[in-house]
Structures are given as C-alpha cells and as structure tokens.
Design a protein. Structure first.
Length: 152
C-alpha cells in the first residue's frame, strides 16, 4: 500500500463511519507553515460541518523498511505545533522498533488499519477515540455501556 492509498483509506473510513454525523473529509489541504517554515500539507482534514470543529490527520504507512523512520520525530513535532486538533495515524510493519515505541508512546499518534469493510474494529479503536474526543461524540466510546447507578 502506498502512502496515498493509506490516506485515502483513512479518509474513506472516516466518511463511512461518521459522514452521517456531518463529518466531511478533505485530502491534501494546505494549512499554514510547518515548524521549519515550509508550506504545510495535511493528508486528511476532517471537518464536522455543523460545528466547524476540525481534525488534521497526517497518515504514515510503512509496509517495508525505509526512510520514513527519520521523518516521524519531525512529523510528531509539527503536529504539536498545529493550531487545530491534529494526530498522526500510522500502520504497517516497516517501522523500526524504536519508531514504533515512539509512536505508541506519543499522545499525538494513533494506530489505525481499517479492513475492507470499513467497520470499526480493534485496529481502528485509537482513531475512533480521537474522533470521539475531538468532536465530543461520547457515544462512540460509551457504546454499549450503561450509566452507573447508586444502589439504595
């Protein structure tokens, strides 16, 4: 899978699961300057049209060993510098162990690999939680849970 295909998969997943709530996904959006002064391009920009809340998503897929490892620290720092909610979404087996640990430990990164059904699964849970927190859709995380009641 290429990086562009992965970004399209993430955008498709968001629209498939949250489009009926008014979430619209855009691809390759210019959004200000990066931390080194370059024009920033966001892979997926999700906007909840009714509230105008937004989530910027940088997508990193690495299917084999490569040069993406060197880009991850920069990408995480750049997402922290955004003036809107943002997250790095990643998947693939080609990241080094150190970079996987860095991504897993970062509050700016989530693992997500939707399957062909685009249905929520354990492999999409981390992105679903960020979506819930960004847009305040608590039913996404509460799903089948019942409110606590005090027994008398």
């Amino acid at each position: 899978m290429t990086g562009s295909e992965y970004s399209n998969l993430i955008a498709s997943y968001l629209v498939h699961n949250y489009g009926d709530r008014g979430l619209v996904a855009y691809r390759e959006i210019s959004l200000g300057k990066s931390i080194i002064g370059k024009n920033r391009r966001i892979d997926v920009f999700a906007v909840h049209e009714p509230t105008q809340r937004a989530l910027a998503i940088e997508c990193k897929y690495q299917g084999s060993q490569g040069t993406v490892d060197e880009k991850i620290p920069y990408t995480l720092q750049d997402m922290e510098a955004l003036r809107v909610a943002g997250v790095v979404v990643y998947a693939g087996d080609g990241f080094s162990d150190g970079v996987v640990h860095m991504l897993q430990a970062s509050p700016m990164a989530v693992y997500c690999l939707p399957d062909e059904s685009l249905a929520p699964t354990p492999s999409t849970r981390e992105l679903d939680h960020v979506v819930a927190m960004t847009f305040r859709w608590w039913d996404v995380v509460l799903s089948a849970r019942e409110p606590f009641e005090v027994e008398e």
